[in-house]
Ligand binder design. Structure first.
Ligand SMILES: Nc1ncnc2c1ncn2[C@@H]1O[C@H](COP(=O)(O)OP(=O)(O)OP(=O)(O)O)[C@@H](O)[C@H]1O
Ligand SMILES: [Mg+2]
Length: 356
């Protein structure tokens, strides 16, 4: 296997006047990966993507594609294509001609264009729609045309900036699955920008979580969700029940009072100021394991949302935990807790995240 990364950002920064849009980013993106840049609005995702594509020049650092330093090369000299959120399709051209556009401009011969456009139409499941105009298509179909148009050039890397943001939730979920399938099929490296954690977790081989121009953590979806290395990542990746306190002998004594069991932490001395968190789905409300420390709290809110129910449990004045229960075939509706009830809850110490 070729170990040269498809994309490398080597100490890349982009400074505007006195502020940094991107600051000292170092990233390796392996060939053939579905890689996501994830983070809140303004954290520098688009700027990073534009520097890979050559649309924005870094003020420091280097961009490498397949091991070659392309920092000084314009976009058309880079073996990269971009799918923008706006799709930017030509409305006076048919779908097939939209897809063929780049190849025609490059002077690829007609038989070859026909073949490759046909292949792409099949890939994005629009074979029967080749003669239609973009404006007569649904949002999801237009998205697929934009994708086909970018892939037909067979770039080494495809850059996608929130390509699904304009779609409604159901179509978006469906396109997430399709996009991932297409990526596997073509084997091209995808660099995908999103501010939606669920989207990044479902689709990616690896995720870089960005905050204020920097990469806070980079890893597999499981790494960044289960083992966040910073408060920001813990709180950005779903609900995390983040609480502040002091570590003491296998427990975190919260600033607001109660002590919560977190297990002995190697190398952490008593009195260390920490943040701790437990994911809502890692908290048990019944059938406790032997040895599990059981706490008590009062249900303040019950939020039913189909497959799951979320409880807000107050364990001390001002300290509330979110707890998620699956409404599986075995769960009985009448067993659901209601507001005001006192409940017992617990967790495995290893499911607590403790950050000093
Ligand atoms: N041309 C520019 N001039 C000045 N500041 C800019 C410019 N482009 C981006 N910025 C700033 O850089 C920061 C990062 O912007 P960027 O567009 O990369 O964020 P983003 O993560 O893509 O956000 P969003 O999710 O809202 O699209 C922002 O604070 C933005 O205001
Ligand atoms: Mg953006």
């Amino acid at each position: 296997m070729d170990a040269t990364p498809a994309v490398r950002l080597d100490g890349v920064s982009k400074q505007y006047a006195d502020s940094y849009a991107v600051r000292d980013v170092n990233l390796d993106i392996a060939a053939g990966q579905f890689f996501s840049l994830l983070g809140p609005s303004g954290c520098g995702k688009t700027t990073s993507l534009r520097m890979i594509g050559g649309f924005t020049d870094p003020t420091e650092g280097a961009v490498l594609l397949g091991g070659e330093d392309v920092t000084a090369l314009p976009p058309n000299k880079r073996n990269v294509n971009t799918v923008f959120q706006s799709y930017a399709l030509f409305d006076h051209l048919s779908i097939a001609d939209n897809i063929a556009f780049g190849l025609k401009r490059k002077g690829v011969d007609r038989a070859e264009i026909r073949r490759r456009v046909g292949e792409m139409l099949e890939l994005v499941q629009l074979s029967g729609q080749a003669r239609r105009r973009p404006r007569t298509l649904s949002g999801g179909q237009r998205q697929r045309v934009a994708l086909a148009r970018a892939l037909v050039n067979r770039p080494a890397v495809l850059l996608l900036d929130e390509p699904l943001a304009a779609l409604d939730l159901k179509l978006r979920r469906q396109m997430q699955v399709e996009l991932k399938q297409i990526q596997r099929e073509v084997g091209i490296t995808f660099v995908f920008v999103t501010h939606d954690q669920d989207e990044a977790l479902t689709m990616s081989d690896r995720v870089a979580v960005m905050n204020e121009g920097r990469v806070e953590q980079c890893g597999t979806p499981e790494d960044v969700y289960e083992h966040p290395t910073s408060r920001f990542v813990a709180s950005f990746m779903g609900t995390s029940n983040l609480m502040a306190g002091t570590y003491r002998d296998g427990a975190v004594v919260l600033d607001q009072g109660p002590a919560l069991p977190v297990g002995q932490r190697d190398g952490m001395s008593d009195g260390t100021t920490v943040s701790m968190s437990v994911r809502p789905e890692k908290i048990w409300l019944s059938d406790f394991e032997p040895g599990m420390e059981v706490l008590r709290g009062v249900i303040r809110e019950t939020v039913y949302s189909g497959p799951t129910t979320t409880y807000l449990i107050e364990l001390a004045p001002g300290v509330t935990l979110s707890v998620l229960e699956q409404n599986t075939a075995r769960a009985r509706m009448e067993d659901r807790w209601i507001g005001g009830e006192t409940v017992e809850f617990g967790w495995r110490p290893e499911h607590c995240l403790v950050l000093s």
